[in-house]
Design a protein around this ligand. Structure first.
Ligand code: ZN
Length: 139
């Protein structure tokens, strides 16, 4: 069984399909430059309708999380981690997501993560995995 997918609308489709190239895209207001999530028809800060979709770093920090051990849904294998990730671009910019790519007991508040998309049909679910620290190399 495949995972239950979000219902796409013209407003949300750029978010759910935007990860096809591995880049996380969020809505941004052209007038005040604030990022927003979830997508909206007008800016929540200045009420402008000049909204665009912009590629962001895909980096963030686990702000809060829970580990699910109950088999509530046949399409999700337990245990799995549901987390709120605070994104690097803006202090109040958060995604509710899953942490993947590590054991559930390795997740902690403050864990630095990076986006990793899980493609199902034509939807790219933005999940996060522990970030790989890339130190400069000396040549
Ligand atoms: Zn605005």
């Amino acid at each position: 069984m495949t995972r239950a997918l979000p219902q796409l609308t013209p407003l949300t489709e750029p978010f759910w399909k935007g990860g096809a190239d591995g880049q996380l895209r969020l809505q941004r207001c052209a007038a005040c430059q604030r990022f927003m999530h979830p997508p909206r028809p007008i800016c929540i800060n200045c009420y402008s309708r000049e909204l665009t979709w912009e590629v962001i770093s895909g980096r963030g920090v686990v702000e809060s999380f829970t580990i699910n051990h109950q088999p509530w849904r046949p399409d999700l294998k337990d245990p799995y981690v549901i987390a709120i990730v605070s994104l690097a671009e803006q202090s109040d910019l958060r995604l509710t997501t899953n942490i993947i790519g590590c054991d559930a007991d390795k997740v902690h508040i403050g864990l630095v993560v990076q986006v990793r998309f899980v493609a199902i049909e034509d939807v790219y679910l933005p999940m996060f995995e522990p970030a790989v620290l890339r130190l400069p190399i000396a040549l």
